[in-house]
Design a protein around this ligand. Structure first.
Ligand code: GLC
Length: 729
């Protein structure tokens, strides 16, 4: 297997004189203090916390309540503690601070890393104005299971797309200099494999063979490290029998040695002491020993380090060098954030919410995926005189923000109802929620909704999940629309009016029946503060929808895990549904990898998304058609807008390595390119495949390219049929 050129690992951090000088003076208790992060639960920190800061026994806080609280504690650390080491303040700014952007799954649906980077830049600016130095984002756990509520926070199922998105967020948060005004430290999380939770059940066990771990689950983290992420967060999950927060193979062997990561690792909340619950250790003291040895540099949310580490070193159980390495990493990050020189934050002269909302509007618009548009019922006709707006998600300022939006300013939310009223002043807008909220089983509001539909030319229904049904600790065993929303759609469909269904949800839902009732269907995820203007721009045709699905949509929850880059198996399904007619003899027939009771294909495939334009792909060619492993290949495909309106298309390039010493997925996304075309316009789209795009982890756990025949597919989703082949010799 030829070694592929895989890009240089980041340089280990250069030594910083002021850090080395401090390290030489620190006591064991002060070192353990720097390795400890505690939450601030009240606007006024309790006396014992203030005293611990004064004694240098805490190095970081999360969730400061105000700039005043932050600067007050910082002043004690800098001006009253023995060594004056500044504190580091962290917070969950997952998809925005006060201004909320689409949930990360929605941001990934843009397939637009540049725009995602801009959104992260805006989020960083708004967060740093509030005194936040460090955000616990991006979350880049690969999620192939929509039952898992944190799929909402993820960048989806694909390692390439998640890597592109995660790296873009790191760049957006940190910029070229994370210590510059408006920048914050990023934290790629949850390292690693957390999204492979068995049965999609939150915090459950993960069993991932090393080859799969490296190829799929680690790829986005490697991209974040290569993008310069200053911190990573270790996960809660038991990974192959060793919890991630005590997993030396993961944290030292791979992250710090193989990848040369020079930042620091913070544990997830109490994930160190939870190793006793996992049954890896007896008590907190042993948990501290295990985690420190494994390479967790800072403990979040519990006090095992500050309590146990000094004694463990004094008793000779733990080399002091382990603490020195951890503290060095932490102090270097504080240095790079400029905290030694500028420990205090001032409120900005003026609030810049408008600027942030401009970006929030743009990214929310690009995140919207058009799933269906029968008879071109969308965009809504300009002269529409009567529009029914129905459903629990049409006017909910909080739900549209999605999970992890605790700091979001819901008063700034613009709902789709408000935006429609502002834009369609000449139309009668008939409003009826139909159900009070997404989860209601009360049908008493159906009559008013049906009446509103009957009095309108077109019915816009906004349904889905409330914000609190996705995110952490929100696993669902069923993926149907909650409550009686589907029945509401059935009642609306019976009026015979064109029905446009827009789903606002934190995950792929099972929506086949709902889409069948609709003439048109849009998936908007939880779009954030500017949900309304973004949706109205699409509904009225100001822009063509251009979002693409970052996850596969199942027909039934029983198909999960269901993802496009799967293996072929020895008996791939040739038919879509293997029914068993009555009288079928006992011995089965049709020996294929399929179900008896559901079509084996997805409801909607990864990468899928329609436009108001139509696009034609042709003339896919690869040069050279035979190449050595280290060579790069030029891939060109012709793209034409054959529609009547302008539109953006996300060109997707998939590769299949037909034969490998490890079986290869039937397709793997390797390149994306967003292209804007006017009606009739056509272009050659140039893509390039490098050897690192063809490399995979072999049986010997080495990354490289094997000779053989490869297929490439180019198109608008993972079912693209336009193909070409090339050979690596
Ligand atoms: C939570 C989450 C993690 C978050 C941390 C701090 O439990 O798992 O993503 O950053 O604790 O709130």
């Amino acid at each position: 297997m030829a070694e592929a050129h895989l890009g240089a690992a980041p340089h280990p951090g250069a030594t910083v004189p002021r850090v080395e000088a401090l390290l030489a003076r620190m006591t064991l208790a002060e070192k353990a203090g720097q390795m400890s992060q505690l939450p601030l639960f009240q606007p006024e920190a309790p006396t014992e916390i203030v005293e611990a800061v004064r004694q240098g026994r805490i190095g970081s806080f999360l969730n400061a309540h105000s700039l005043a609280q932050r600067n007050g504690l910082q002043r004690i650390a800098v001006e009253e503690s023995r060594l004056g080491i500044p504190l580091l303040f962290g917070r969950d700014v997952i998809h925005g601070y006060k201004t909320i952007f689409p949930i990360p799954l929605g941001q990934s649906a843009t397939f637009d890393p540049d725009l995602v980077e801009r959104a992260a830049t805006a989020a960083a600016a708004e967060a740093s104005e509030a005194g936040i130095d460090w955000v616990f984002a991006p979350m880049v756990d690969i999620a192939r299971d929509a039952r898992w509520g944190r799929i909402a926070e993820s960048c989806g199922e694909d390692p390439y797309l998640a890597a592109e998105m995660g790296a873009a967020m790191v760049r957006g948060f940190q910029g070229e200099d994370a210590g510059a005004p408006g920048r914050v430290a990023a934290c790629a999380k949850h390292f690693a494999g957390y999204g492979a939770a068995e049965a999609g059940r939150e915090y459950s066990t993960t069993s991932i063979p090393e080859q799969l771990l490296r190829e799929v689950y680690l790829a986005p983290f490697k991209a974040c490290v290569e993008a310069g992420a200053l911190t990573l967060m270790s996960g809660f999950n038991d990974l192959n029998g060793v919890p991630a927060s005590g997993n030396e193979f993961l944290l030292r062997r791979i992250l710090k040695e193989e990848w040369g990561f020079s930042g620091f690792v913070v544990s997830d909340w109490a994930s160190i002491v939870e190793m006793a619950k996992h049954g890896l250790v007896e008590d907190d003291g042993h948990a501290a020993l295990e985690a420190a040895r494994a390479g967790v540099d800072m403990e979040m949310g519990s006090s095992a380090y500050i309590t146990a580490l000094p004694d463990l070193v004094a008793q000779g159980c733990l080399p002091v060098g382990v603490l020195d390495d951890a503290v060095r990493r932490i102090l270097v990050v504080k240095h790079r954030l400029g905290l030694f020189d500028r420990p205090y934050r001032e409120a900005p002269p003026e609030k810049r919410g408008d600027a942030y909302r401009v970006v929030a509007h743009e990214i929310a618009r690009e995140s919207i995926v058009l799933l269906k548009n029968e008879g071109r019922v969308l965009p809504i006709a300009k002269g529409a005189k009567s529009i029914a707006v129905v459903g629990p998600q049409a006017d909910d300022r909080v739900d549209q923000l999605g999970c992890w939006s605790f700091d979001g300013d819901a008063s700034a939310s613009v709902t789709v109802l408000a935006a429609l009223r502002a834009r369609c002043k000449d139309a009668e807008i008939h409003v009826a929620k139909g159900v009070d909220d997404c989860r209601s089983n009360d049908r008493s509001g159906f009559a008013a909704a049906i009446d509103a539909a009957r009095r309108s030319e077109i019915v816009l229904a906004f349904v889905g999940e409330p914000a609190n049904l996705s995110g952490e600790c929100r696993s669902r065993a069923f993926l149907d629309l909650p409550g009686v929303q589907l029945e509401l759609l059935e009642a609306l469909a019976q009026t015979g009016r064109p029905l446009v269904v827009t789903f606002l949800a934190g995950r792929p839902l099972v929506i086949g029946r709902a889409c069948a009732l609709a003439s048109a269907a849009l998936y908007a995820w939880h779009p954030g503060t500017m949900a309304g203007p973004a949706l109205v721009d699409v509904l009225l045709g100001d822009v063509s929808p251009s979002g693409k699905l970052p996850v596969t949509f199942p027909r039934a929850v029983g198909q999960i895990p269901l993802y496009y880059n799967a293996k072929n198996t020895g008996r791939p399904a040739t038919s879509r549904l293997r029914g068993v007619p009555t009288g079928t003899p006992l011995d089965p027939e049709g020996f294929e990898s399929a179900y008896l009771d559901v079509d084996v294909t997805p409801e909607f495939p990864f990468g899928f998304g329609l436009s108001y334009a139509t696009f034609e792909y042709s003339n896919l060619r690869v040069t050279p058609s035979r190449a050595a492993a280290a060579e790069s290949l030029a891939v060109v495909v012709r793209l034409k807008n054959t529609g009547q309106v302008a539109g953006d298309e996300v060109v997707q390039l998939y590769v299949r390595d037909r034969v490998g010493s490890i079986t290869r997925p039937v397709r793997e996304l390797k390149k994306i390119r967003r292209v804007s075309l006017k009606p009739g316009q056509e272009v050659d789209v140039d893509l390039r495949l490098a050897s690192r795009d063809l490399a995979f982890w072999g049986r010997d756990m080495r990354l490289g390219v094997e000779p053989g025949v490869f297929d490439v597919f180019a198109g608008g989703d993972s079912c693209a049929t336009l193909s070409a082949t090339f050979e690596i010799v």
